[in-house]
Design a protein around this ligand. Structure first.
Ligand code: ATP
Ligand code: ZN
Length: 214
């Protein structure tokens, strides 16, 4: 018996958490009781909310543990899971950029040939470098990527940027933008008829909220 609720996965804490909750609330969904839990239910819409690490959300949706999720496009592209983007949400905007020490000379991406690039997005970076015929060594690190050049771990980094202040504070300058990203609503493509209807209702409300925000 399929669940009679739509199950949505959102970030437990971090940059997408507050805006994800705010979006659901502006859709008229009441989550008053349970924002501090790992799982909660809306009181006025058949919706169950799971709070998870953003990196895990595509996998949970692919595995149908959740029907839908809110996550950055950057995570979808890195993980390559079988999920579809249902709606762009207009928040969590950032770009994935290559940066180098600020006094380093730079003409083009080909300057990275034979160099070491530190990133948490090895897959996207590898694809990009290959598309530019640049052979560089990719070092995957999971956090604090921006300190890699100053500690001698890498010659360049590829990381998410919004204002650029973190790069600046670490003596780095942005030289290439690989992709632009924002938060998106994703789903798996084996929704049952009833949950699919619920998703359509949610989507309708999200579109109304987006219009009202313009
Ligand atoms: P988690 O604990 O859930 O794994 P995290 O540390 O990986 O969290 P956050 O830093 O909270 O992730 O970022 C979540 C998402 O917010 C990113 O994947 C990206 O889509 C978006 N984002 C927007 N601006 C930025 C930014 N300046 N730096 C990093 N991420 C940003
Ligand atoms: Zn994460």
């Amino acid at each position: 018996m399929p669940s009679q609720k739509l199950k949505i996965a959102i970030q437990k804490s971090g940059r997408l958490h507050d805006d994800s909750i705010k979006l659901l609330q502006e859709c008229g969904i009441d989550l008053q009781n349970g924002l501090n839990k790992l799982k909660t239910e809306a009181s006025n819409f058949p919706l169950e909310v799971y709070f998870l690490r953003d990196d895990d959300i595509p996998q949970y949706v692919e595995d149908e543990v959740a029907d839908v999720g809110i996550v950055g496009e950057n995570v979808i592209l890195e993980k390559e899971k079988q999920v579809q983007v249902v709606e762009q949400l207009g928040f969590g905007k950032c770009r994935l950029s290559i940066a180098i020490p600020k006094d380093q000379e730079y003409q083009s991406i080909h300057d990275l040939h034979g160099k070491r690039v530190a990133t948490s997005y090895p897959h996207i970076v590898a694809q990009y470098l290959a598309s530019q015929q640049v052979k560089a060594e990719i070092h995957e690190i999971s956090g604090s990527v921006e300190i890699a050049p100053s500690i001698g771990l890498a010659d360049a980094i590829c990381d998410l940027v919004s204002s650029g202040s973190t790069l600046f504070m670490n003596g780095l300058r942005e030289v290439e933008t690989i992709l632009h990203s924002q938060a998106v609503l994703i789903s798996h493509n084996r929704l049952h008829a009833y949950t699919s209807q619920l998703l359509e209702q949610l989507r309708f409300r999200i579109q109304a909220v987006k219009k009202a925000r313009h």
